[in-house]
Design a protein around this ligand. Structure first.
Ligand code: FAD
Length: 466
C-alpha cells in the first residue's frame, strides 16, 4: 500500500472535480484528484454531455438533409456506417479527455485512478489497478457525481435494457425502442435513434414531457414531434418481460396500450441518483441524506469544516455548468478567498430537435413565489430568420416582474435555443429590465431578435414585426 500526503484531495473527476482541482492548483494548492475512470472528465465528458452532443450533431445533419428535399435539394436516404459514427463520437470524447489530461499535467495535479472511500476525517483509501493507496489530506472536495436510477421490475442483465451509457455505446440501431422517461436525457437519446432510423415510443408518468419547463413551451415541442415519436403521457410501465424475440412491456394509465407491446430495446431514463452514499462519507463525519445527497452551505462546505462537496451530489439541477461553478467556489474558499455560490439563475437546455431551453424562474415558479408576473411571447412564425430556415415552430418567452419590469426568467423552444439562452441569463444576473433588453440592438435577421422583440411586446413599444 502506497501513501500520499496532500493539501487537497478531490474525489471524482467530473466537471465539478476537475474544475475544482485545476482552480486549486492555479491558486498554489498541492492537489490530488481521484477517479475510478482511467480518464478525467467524469460522466459529462465520458458518457454524458459530450458524446450525446456528438451524436445529436449526427442526427441534426441527417434530419436537415432529409428536410432539404422540400426545398429542392435531395441527397437520398442516408447510408449509416454505425462503426464510423461510433468511432467519431469516441474521437470527440478522446480529444477532450486528452486535453484535460494535458491541463492536469501542466498544473501538476496528480491523478490517482481507483475507487476512493473515506477511512477517517483526514484520510481516504483508493483501490485501483495499481493496488491500494492511502491519501492523507488537509482538505477534501467530494465530487463523486451521480448514476442512473434503475427500476426494480425491469430485467437487470438483459443487454436489450439500456441506460444512457448503453444508448451512447450505439451497439446497434433497434427497429423499435421504448424510451422510459420523458425528461431531457431520454428525449435527447430518442432524437438520436429516431434520426438513425428507430421507431421511438416515449412513456412519461407525468402529464407533460420535460416537467421542469413551462407547459406552453413544451406544447410547442410536443406539436413538432408528434409525427416523430409516439408519446404516452400520464402512463407508466408496470412490467417488462424478456422473451427471445423482444422485450414485452406492459403499461398502465391514460394512454396505455391494452396489451403488452414488443420492443427491441428499452432505454431507462428516469433520472439520476447522487453518489453521496457510496464514498463512506460517514467515516469522515460528513452527513449524507437517505437519497445520497450531501448538504452544503454557500461556500460548498459540508458539516465538516475542511470537507466540501460539489456537483450532482449536492442537489438539483444536476448539470455540468452548475458543478463547474461550485467547484471553483470550493477551491477558492480552500485557498482563503471569500467566495460564495450564489447565482441568480442556472440555465437548463434539452438539446432535442427543436431545442428546449429555460433560465431563471419559469412562469409557474414565479407565480408560486408570489411575483406579479407578466409574460411576453414572440412566435417564430413572425421571425424572418426562422422562416428563411424553414423552422417556424419556435417560440421565445420572456418572464417579467410587472412591478419592476425586471426580467426574472425566459424560455425558448426552437432551433439553437440553447445558444440563445445566454442573453436572458445575463439579463437576469445583471438585473436588467424589459427596456434594457428591448433597447439593445439585436442583429437582423437573427433568432436572437426574438428576445428583444418579446421584451418590446412587454414594453408595449412594438410596432411591426420583421
Ligand atoms: P460526474 O460527472 O458525475 O463525475 C463524477 C466522477 O466521480 C465519475 O467520473 C465517477 O467515476 C467518479 N466517482 C464516483 N464515485 C467515486 C469513487 N468513490 N471513487 C472514485 N471515483 C468516483 N449536463 C449538462 O449540463 N449539459 C448536458 O448537455 C448534459 N448532458 C447529459 C447527457 C447524459 C447522457 C447524461 C448522463 C448527463 C448529462 N448531463 C448534462 C449531466 C452532467 O453529466 C452532470 O451534471 C455532470 O457530469 C455532473 O458533474 P459532477 O462533477 O457532479 O460529477
Amino acid at each position: 500500500m502506497s501513501e500520499i500526503k496532500t493539501q487537497l484531495v478531490v474525489l471524482g473527476a467530473g466537471p465539478g472535480g476537475y474544475s475544482a482541482a485545476f482552480r486549486a492548483a492555479d491558486l498554489g494548492i498541492e492537489t490530488v484528484i481521484v477517479d475510478a475512470r482511467e480518464t478525467l472528465g467524469g460522466v459529462c465528458l465520458n458518457v454524458g454531455c459530450i458524446p450525446s452532443k456528438a451524436l445529436l450533431h449526427v442526427a441534426k445533419v441527417i434530419d436537415e438533409a432529409r428536410d432539404m428535399a422540400d426545398h429542392g435539394i435531395s441527397f437520398g436516404e442516408p447510408k449509416i456506417d454505425l462503426d464510423k459514427v461510433r468511432s467519431w463520437k469516441d474521437s470527440v470524447v478522446g480529444q477532450l479527455t486528452k486535453g484535460l489530461a494535458g491541463m492536469s499535467k501542466m498544473r501538476k495535479v496528480k491523478h490517482v485512478q481507483g475507487y476512493g472511500k473515506f477511512t477517517g476525517k483526514n484520510s481516504l483509501e483508493v483501490d485501483g489497478p495499481d493496488g491500494k493507496t492511502t491519501i492523507k489530506f488537509d482538505n477534501a472536495i467530494i465530487a463523486a457525481g451521480s448514476e442512473p436510477v434503475t427500476l426494480p421490475f425491469i430485467p437487470k442483465d438483459d443487454e436489450r435494457v439500456i441506460d444512457s451509457s448503453g444508448a451512447l455505446e450505439m451497439k446497434d440501431i433497434p427497429e423499435k425502442m421504448l424510451v422510459l422517461g420523458g425528461g431531457i436525457i431520454g428525449l435527447e437519446m430518442g432524437t438520436v435513434y429516431k434520426a438513425l432510423g428507430s421507431q421511438i415510443d416515449v412513456v412519461e408518468f407525468l402529464d407533460q414531457l420535460v416537467p421542469a419547463a413551462d407547459k406552453d413551451i413544451i406544447k410547442v415541442y410536443q406539436k413538432y414531434i408528434k409525427d416523430k415519436f409516439n408519446v404516452m403521457l400520464e402512463t407508466k410501465v408496470t412490467n417488462v418481460e424478456a422473451k427471445d424475440d423482444g422485450l414485452y412491456v406492459s403499461f398502465e394509465g391514460k394512454q396505455a396500450p391494452s396489451d403488452p407491446v414488443r420492443y427491441d430495446k428499452v432505454l431507462v431514463a428516469v433520472g439520476r441518483r447522487p453518489n453521496g452514499g457510496r464514498v463512506d462519507a460517514d467515516k469522515a463525519g460528513v452527513k449524507v441524506d437517505d437519497k445520497g445527497f450531501i448538504s452544503v452551505d454557500k461556500q460548498m462546505k459540508t458539516n465538516v469544516d475542511h470537507i466540501y462537496a460539489i456537483g450532482d451530489l449536492v442537489g438539483q439541477p444536476m448539470l455540468a455548468h452548475k458543478a463547474v461553478h461550485e467547484g471553483h467556489v470550493a477551491a477558492e474558499v480552500i485557498a482563503g478567498k471569500k467566495h460564495y455560490f450564489d447565482p441568480r439563475c442556472i440555465p437548463s437546455v434539452a438539446y432535442t430537435d427543436p431545442e428546449i431551453a429555460w433560465v431563471g424562474l419559469t412562469e409557474k415558479e414565479a407565480k408560486e413565489k408570489g411575483v406579479n408576473v407578466e409574460t411576453a411571447t414572440f412566435p417564430w412564425a413572425a421571425s424572418g430568420r426562422a422562416i428563411a430556415s424553414a423552422r417556424t415552430e419556435g417560440m421565445t418567452k420572456m418572464i417579467f416582474d410587472k412591478d419592476s419590469g425586471r426580467v426574472v426568467g425566459g424560455a425558448i423552444v426552437g432551433i439553437n435555443a440553447g445558444e440563445m439562452l445566454g442573453e436572458i441569463g445575463l439579463a437576469i444576473e445583471m438585473g436588467a429590465d424589459a427596456e434594457d433588453v428591448a433597447l439593445t440592438i439585436h442583429a437582423h435577421p437573427t433568432l436572437n431578435e426574438s428576445i428583444g422583440l418579446a421584451s418590446e411586446i412587454f414594453e408595449g413599444s412594438i410596432t411591426d414585426l420583421p
